[in-house]
Structure formats: C-alpha cells, structure tokens
Design a protein. Sequence first.
Length: 101
Amino acid sequence: MGKRLDLHNLLCGALGSENVYYEPPENIKIVYPCIVYERTKIDSRYADGIPYLRKKKYTLTAIYRDPDSEIADRLSELPTCMHDRFFKTDSLYHDVFTIYF
C-alpha cells in the first residue's frame, strides 16, 4: 500500500460505495453519502539532515445526511486516521479526519 489509489480503494471499502472523490472539481455532481479527500502535505523524518521516512498527509471529509450514520465510526477505525472536527451545514453532516498514508 502507500499509493493514493490504494487509499482510494480503502476509503471506498470503509464507505461501502464508490462515492469517494479526490479533489473533485466544482462541476462534479457529488452523491451523498460520500468521502471527499485531498493531500495536504508530506511529513518527513530526518537523520543527519537526510529524509529517511516520508508519509503523505490527507484530509478526509465524510459528508452524509443521516445523523446516525456509521461512516465516521468506520473511518476512525482506520490505521493512522484521526478525527479533527465535526460540523453541520446545509442539512449535511461533515466529519473531518486526517490520515497518513
């Protein structure tokens, strides 16, 4: 694992559908429930000024209409996935996570 498409497939499995979007353009019609994700940075560990470990950091946003949805629970069970915040807007629930992959 480690490639973005591996992460994409992992998220599809956690969601239980193909409604997973990587940096979707504004003209895409998003189907809910879904997960929207983007790469936010690359974290590196250094020894003697040389990077020896790199992990890409992604922000995931689970968006859904059902307030009792278990999507956030399933995402929080993924390795290195941490919940950042929750908010509701336009009758949609949003759980935002960070994952290193």
